[in-house]
Design a protein around this ligand. Sequence first.
Ligand code: PLP
Length: 406
Amino acid sequence: MNLEHSEDGIVQRVRAMNERVVSFQEQGLYFYNQAVSELRGGARVLVNGREMGMFASYSYLGLIGHKRINKAAIEAIERYGTGTHGVRTLAGTLTIHRQLEETIAEFKGAEDAVTYTSGYATNLTVVSTLLGRNDYVISDKLNHASIVDGCLMSGAKFLRFKHNDMNSLEERLKSVPQGATKLVIADSVFSMDGDIIDFPRMVALCQKYQAWLMIDEAHSVGVLGKRGTGIEEHFNMPGTIDFKMGTLSKTIPSVGGYVAGKKELIRYLRHASRAYIFSAALPPAQAAAANEAFKVILDEPWRVEKLGANARQFIHGLRNRGFNTLKTETAIVPVVCGTDEAAFAMTQAAQRQDVFVLPVVSPAVPPGLSRLRATVTAAHEPAEIEHAMNVIEAAGRKIGLLDGRV
Ligand SMILES: *Cc1c(COP(=O)(O)O)cnc(C)c1O
């Protein structure tokens, strides 16, 4: 296909994206895919040959590089090799997969769990396996893209409610015909805003309207609850979620996704979900790393506590400096900049002072709410957080954000 042919839809979309990217690259405002070349311990990394403080990490408990977890991965390679013999249902299941699923089930206070090779694939396959054309799925407007894609793929009637608005959820529930199958689905902690779902009211509504409940705990495992086990612990409401979904790539320093729940539900998913049946099993090193990480979280509860203290310091410090951080209560701290250009300029100014933050712009967030999406972890020390906030404050003054010039 000739890329000069201008009527073609693919050509036009490819060209528009390429022009946008090249224009940002030329202005030095392109922050996509900057490679980290080395981990320097704690929350410091080497990027473009410079050591920076990492303030864009999902490794909330600072477990990347943890000795026990590395050791478990290395031992798994020595025992099983680097790959599996195929998909789980054929020759791909290893004892480490069963151990990991038992560990997850125990950690999540569930009867059983099933793992997949990514969190994205988990949401796609679980929602589309559970629901079909005659069913209803009711989803928060700010839910993660993988949930949205799973809802669309299922072919179910797709209803969305206003972000974290339980009155809006109730209206949607009321609109579903009597007797129809319905699944309510939401992030526990929202990945762009850092706020927590109104879980107690959501659970009560699901019970009142006889709806299934699925919660995506990508940003709450290791973060919420005194032991870091997630949103049920945080609200002291054990056993209230039907499908407890999570990823193995954030707090858990590996890759993969899982769902935990009642054993009949998990058995069903194991025999019916296409990402389990038609996609390769998790590699042994990643399964072993994940398995060990859940144990480390329980063995080192100081990490969860320190993350909470660090998040409070970061949120209050940025608010006191005059930034709009929306309604975050967690380690994800949006610093609203307004325009895409302002978010890029803030990123550039912060990175020049060796504070690694990243911008999030539309369409990932609504126009006008472009931001730095900064995160803290348990690996940060209070002085490092103070320093990063001073750098972000200086950036905000430099580009005119703090005195209202942009
Ligand atoms: C990251 C994320 C996912 C996807 O998980 P991966 O393991 O990275 O594929 C799903 N849901 C939410 C809310 C996430 O933040």
